[in-house]
Ligand binder design. Structure first.
Ligand code: PEP
Ligand code: MG
Length: 743
């Protein structure tokens, strides 16, 4: 049957004639009164392009939008649909010109090619027919073969997108604007041959590919076996999936029906994707995604070194273009790190919100990113021009001239701004009246440290150590952590760096640590609380830090301290690790500086005893603010409701800075406040002399500080503290404007 279809397709002559014959063949094979092919046209239309059974006049006249009617729904969701009584379905869109009212049942499947819906093939019956799963699969097999004809005949006239501009509104995930050319992450492998000559040899090829895939998974397991724990468990499950009998059987059935091995694998993949879209449970979706990954591996094994049958389509020759914008359905954080950062201009994801791991990495690498860009993968081709607006959450594919001009202007403005700020790099952050502010940067990835010089940071005031824990499913051991921390010491090139111990939980969920977050994760069992209850976790980290310091200075701080006693316990673990190092003849840190983060309000009333024990204090204004106002820092609804520049919060900050100065204990502020020039100068007015912030914000904050007069600023800020207004932001804005402070 498939061979017959293929022969018809291969025949010379008008495509229309071939389509007409194909619908006749399929209708007969499926014992259906109607078989119709709808082809996708520019403007997201589905055009009835051939039909056996419907009125011939309707062909090329009947058009539906993607999403309209049952046929449109099949195209929209890229999944099959079978209905014994189609006419009573709410999606049924009756088209009188087709004469379809007499047909009660309907089954349709998408015609797919490279994850794109090229059209829909539909069969209809007069009677109320219950189509069986096998019949759906048979129709899917035909659709697979048809995909080639439609695509090769260019019937969709350049669809998807048809070369026309497309605008997709998504979610702003990482700020900035990037323009460049599309690089599809994991470009699809195009299957050149769908119909098999010899099913037996296809089955043998599939077996061989399975074999190769299994042995590569076994190798992964061997390597993972050394680290043990979670990785092993995850890969074990993965291996179990790879050996799933039902999955293999379905592929074999595809081959028996006449498909090549890769076509049978691809059909299963399409089917999985369709099912994936319907699964609401994120856990199950992830499991199904494992199968997706496995089918990709299988396809790679099948097509490796086999230029005849399949080849990776559109893989960018000679690596990435100079201005690559990665477009992906979904992506793991490690995948993004695999790309050459220097050429990445942006990232667009169909799935993925601001809190996904890959988003975190994108922000850390300063790559503009838009998430939830529905349908983008289907819209783009490798090499398409694309603009990513990570500030507004917009994506422009093949943008028109007007958009391009606007974006170029905006990019030029940013560039001019950047150049101006670069001048700041080697200038000290000193107020006009000579008060020096230390400018430190926050970091969380080794890659961040590359910027340390360029942005003129004096050191790292907060190194968030949890990111390596967040982006992987297992837990790095001492040796691995040692290597990482040693690389950080090297990366800062002799500048000071303060490591914060693991701050797990709350907004920083670790894959390796699936603990019960409780009803109130930010206030639950998190951060230092976990570390103190699982001391081996903390001790391993401290051990690795001591080893990495290698006899040099070491600065460590503990997050989320709520009680001085917790600080004592953590410090005690550190001292024990130093003793351990000493007793083993290892170098101990030449200068050990141990601090606490002030993030929990309870510490404010323990300052005298706390300050007697710490070497320094670091105010985590993000958490402190959320606890003072009882306002979840991650809540979009509450964003902007309360202000950091509010008298109560500023009074808290002043209390802390005064207490530290009186006790001669250095204090830093390392939350987001330090990154906003207006907030930062307010902090200077409150007495803060050391700030730590994201690297890209150092220059604008420095520029603002250099325009201030510390004495006048302090007087002004203090005068506002007793104000009864909700926020002094406006007052600060006026002050900045009147004193020509760029904020
Ligand atoms: C803070 O809470 O202000 C802080 C710096 O820590 P994080 O943002 O990592 O919680
Ligand atoms: Mg915090």
């Amino acid at each position: 049957m498939l061979r017959r279809l293929r022969d018809v397709m291969a025949r010379p002559g008008e495509v229309q004639n071939r389509l007409d014959e194909i619908v006749r063949i399929i209708a007969a094979e499926m014992v259906a009164e109607v078989c119709s092919i709808y082809v996708r046209r520019p403007g997201d239309l589905l055009e009835l392009s051939a039909s056996e059974g419907l009125n011939p006049e309707a062909v090329h006249r009947t058009r539906l939008h993607v999403g309209e009617g049952i046929v449109g729904d099949i195209a929209l969701r890229a999944r099959p649909f079978a209905l014994a009584d189609a006419r009573s379905h709410p999606k049924y869109a009756y088209r009188p010109e087709t004469g379809e009212e007499i047909y009660q049942s309907l089954m349709g499947v998408p015609i797919l090619r490279s994850q794109r819906v090229l059209g829909v093939i539909v069969v209809q019956n007069r009677s109320s027919r219950q189509y069986a799963d096998e019949q759906v699969e048979t129709l899917e097999t035909f659709a697979m073969v048809l995909g080639d004809l439609i695509s090769d005949a260019n019937m969709t006239e350049g669809e998807p997108g048809g070369g026309t501009p497309v605008h997709i509104a998504g979610a702003a995930v990482a700020p900035g604007i990037g323009a460049g050319r599309v690089v599809l992450h994991q470009p699809d492998i195009v299957i050149r041959r769908v119909v098999a000559e010899d099913p037996a040899s296809e089955a043998a090829r599939l077996d061989a590919a399975f074999e190769a895939m299994h042995s590569s998974i076994e190798m992964l397991l061997d390597v993972a076996g050394e680290s043990g724990g979670e990785t092993l468990a995850v890969l074990d499950t993965y291996r179990m999936f790879a050996r799933d009998a039902g999955w293999m059987r379905r592929m074999k059935e595809g081959i028996e029906s006449g498909l090549t091995a890769e076509a049978a694998v691809r059909m299963q993949q399409n089917d999985l994707r369709a099912r994936l879209g319907q699964v609401p449970d994120p856990y199950l979706r992830e499991r199904l995604a494992d199968f997706e990954d496995l089918t990709n591996r299988l396809l790679q094994h099948l097509t490796r070194g086999d230029g005849e049958i399949g080849r990776p389509d559109d893989v960018t020759p000679n690596g990435l273009p100079e201005d690559a914008v990665i477009v992906a359905r979904a992506m793991g954080p490690a995948d993004l790190l695999d790309y050459d950062r220097t050429v990445l201009r942006g990232l667009v994801l169909e799935e993925g919100s601001g809190t996904s791991h890959v988003a975190l990495i994108a922000r850390a690498l300063d790559i503009p990113c838009v998430g939830r860009a529905t349908g983008v993968v289907a819209e783009v081709e490798n090499g398409d021009a694309i603009i990513v607006d990570g500030d507004q959450g917009q994506v422009f594919v093949r943008p028109g001239e007007e958009v391009q001009t606007q974006v170029q202007q905006s990019l030029a403005m940013r560039e001019a701004h950047r150049a101006r700020l670069e001048e700041m790099r080697d200038k000290p952050a000193e107020t006009k009246d000579g008060v020096r502010i230390q400018m430190m940067m926050n970091a969380g990835l080794i890659g961040d440290l590359r910027q340390i010089e360029a942005v003129g940071a004096e050191g790292v005031g907060l190194y968030r150590t949890e990111i390596p824990f967040m982006v992987r499913r297992d837990y790095p051991g001492v040796a691995e952590q040692h290597e990482l921390y040693a690389a950080i010491f090297e990366g800062v090139g002799g500048r000071p760096v303060t490591f914060r111990t693991l701050d797990a939980g709350g907004d920083k969920k670790l894959q390796s640590f699936l603990h019960d977050a409780g009803e109130n994760p930010a206030m639950g069992w998190r951060s230092l609380r976990i570390s103190l209850d699982r001391p081996s976790l903390l001790r391993q980290q401290l051990r690795a830090l001591i080893m990495a310091a290698d006899g040099g200075p070491l600065s460590v701080m503990f997050p989320m301290v709520a009680d001085v006693e917790e600080f004592r316990q953590a410090r005690d673990l550190l001292d024990r690790e130093v003793d351990r190092a000493r007793s083993r003849g290892m170098a101990e840190p030449s200068n050990l500086s141990v601090g606490a983060m002030l993030e929990v309000p309870s510490l404010i009333w323990q300052l005298p005893s706390l300050l007697a024990e710490v070497d320094f204090l670091s105010v985590g204004s993000n958490d402190l603010f959320q606890f003072i106002f009882a306002a979840d820092r991650g809540s979009e609804r509450l964003a902007g409701r309360y202000d950091t520049l509010s008298p109560p919060f500023l009074r808290v900050l002043k209390t802390i800075s005064d207490a530290c100065h009186n006790a001669h204990v250095p204090v830093t502020l390392c939350g987001e406040m330090a990154a906003n020039p207006l907030d930062a100068i307010t902090l200077v007015g409150l007495g803060y002399r050391k700030l730590s912030m994201g690297p890209t914000t150092i220059a604008p904050v420095k520029e603002a500080i250099r325009a201030c007069n510390s004495k006048g600023l302090t007087e002004f800020v203090e005068s506002t503290l007793s104000s009864h207004s909700q926020s002094i932001r406006e007052n600060m804005r006026f002050y900045a404007r009147d004193h020509a402070i760029p904020c």
